[in-house]
Ligand binder design. Structure first.
Ligand SMILES: NC(=O)c1ccc[n+]([C@@H]2O[C@H](COP(=O)([O-])OP(=O)(O)OC[C@H]3O[C@@H](n4cnc5c(N)ncnc54)[C@H](O)[C@@H]3O)[C@@H](O)[C@H]2O)c1
Length: 339
């Protein structure tokens, strides 16, 4: 049994990675500051947090700690001596990073450098896994975008994540710290609370509210089911072939928001789709090329968008008695009569 420390391990993606590592028989330490990025009045954090750890709470060590506090982080790393560290803790929302650039820098960049500084001093960590993002590419110049695609981030979030990548590589070369960099994209699935479009659409559909498509909903994203992402993280954490490599870990398909909405319409008949002019600032993305991850890691995503959304909607249905704000909503009606 080896010890793996996951920063941000109590978060959406981190909790799925933790579950996979527990299945492998590893000792899992979660280092998390339990930060909420959207209004606590609407994110049902407690409910989803409980779901994240259903059945595994007694199998993980949870340390409440912030990566911005270096001493705390150092104490934890020295105490548990992890063989591998998966670094997910970061402000994860692009819009918020634009409006709160200092927070983004501290969270994404300083947090990362703090870990790297500690890794420089301790010799027992065999691999450091850094979580980047497809936002580092900016507007895609070709599809699917492979790892060599030009890096032209268009916002603070993408720029800061890319700066983190460069520092991970610099520390890696300078101090021989073995690393792997992962670039996920548009991760969706049960227990996300950050109100990205994927979550908003599912919740609105269940509430009987309209799904609003901006600019015709033509923009494509590589929607990736969270369980597939977790599989990719675990492979990247252990595979010798992943040493000092960078991987796109996504579904590998560009699907438009209109398609996303229409799949929900099929799952929940009666959902209305309306169109409005564009109001969000995002790079034009699409499919990422995952052939490198397939070849070197044996990574193979299992969930099409249709399958992932079926499971995601099913998750909300199971929560029916635990979401009082859904009373008198479409969800309430669906759960009590239609389903
Ligand atoms: N969800 C996506 O679509 C997506 C896509 C690309 C990259 N990512 C990256 O994946 C990582 C995880 O994202 P997520 O969707 O699971 O978000 P999340 O908000 O659910 O999880 C992040 C977790 O990190 C913790 N955290 C944040 N800052 C911290 C700090 N300074 N110290 C300790 N803990 C801290 C939070 O409390 C939270 O539990 C982030 O780095 C994010 O940028 C996410």
């Amino acid at each position: 049994m080896a010890t793996v420390l996951i920063t941000g391990g109590a978060g959406f993606i981190g909790s799925y990675v933790a579950r996979e590592l527990i299945k492998k028989g590893e000792q899992v330490v979660l280092y998390d500051a339990f930060i909420q990025y959207v209004s606590p009045l609407e994110n049902n954090y407690c409910i989803h947090l409980k779901e994240r750890f259903k059945g595994i709470l007694d199998k993980v060590i949870i340390v409440r700690g912030d990566t911005r506090n270096k001493n705390e982080l150092r104490r934890t790393i020295l105490k548990y001596k992890p063989e591998r560290i998966i670094h997910l803790a970061a402000l994860p929302l692009a819009d918020l990073a634009d409006t709160h650039s200092e927070e983004a820098l501290e969270s994404i960049l300083h947090g990362t450098v703090n870990i790297l500084d500690i890794l420089r001093d301790v010799g027992f960590v065999k691999r450091f896994v850094y979580t980047s993002s497809s936002m580092i590419y900016g507007d895609f110049m070709f599809h699917p975008a492979d790892e060599e695609h030009p890096k032209n981030p268009k916002d603070i979030y993408g720029g800061t994540k890319l700066a983190g990548e460069i520092l991970v590589q610099s520390y890696g070369r300078r101090y021989e710290i073995e690393y792997t960099i992962i670039r996920p994209s548009a991760v969706y699935g049960p227990t996300d609370v950050n109100r990205r479009v994927s979550q908003i659409f599912v919740e609105n559909a269940l509430r009987g509210e309209k799904l609003v498509l901006h600019n015709g909903g033509k923009s494509k994203l590589d929607f990736t089911y969270v369980k597939d992402v977790a599989q990719g993280f675990v492979l990247a954490t252990y595979r010798p072939e992943a040493k000092n490599e960078i991987f796109n870990i996504t579904r590998g398909e560009g699907r438009s928001l209109r398609e996303y909405a229409e799949i929900l319409q099929n799952l929940l008949p009666g959902v209305e789709i309306v169109e409005q002019p564009a109001n969000v600032f995002r790079p034009e993305r699409g499919a990422l090329d995952i052939s490198k991850a397939r070849k070197l890691l044996g990574y193979e995503p299992q969930y099409s968008l249709e399958e992932g959304l079926r499971e995601y909607v099913g998750y909300f249905k199971k929560l029916k008695n635990r979401k009082p704000e859904f009373r008198n909503s479409r969800l309430f009606r669906i759960l009590n009569s239609e389903s």
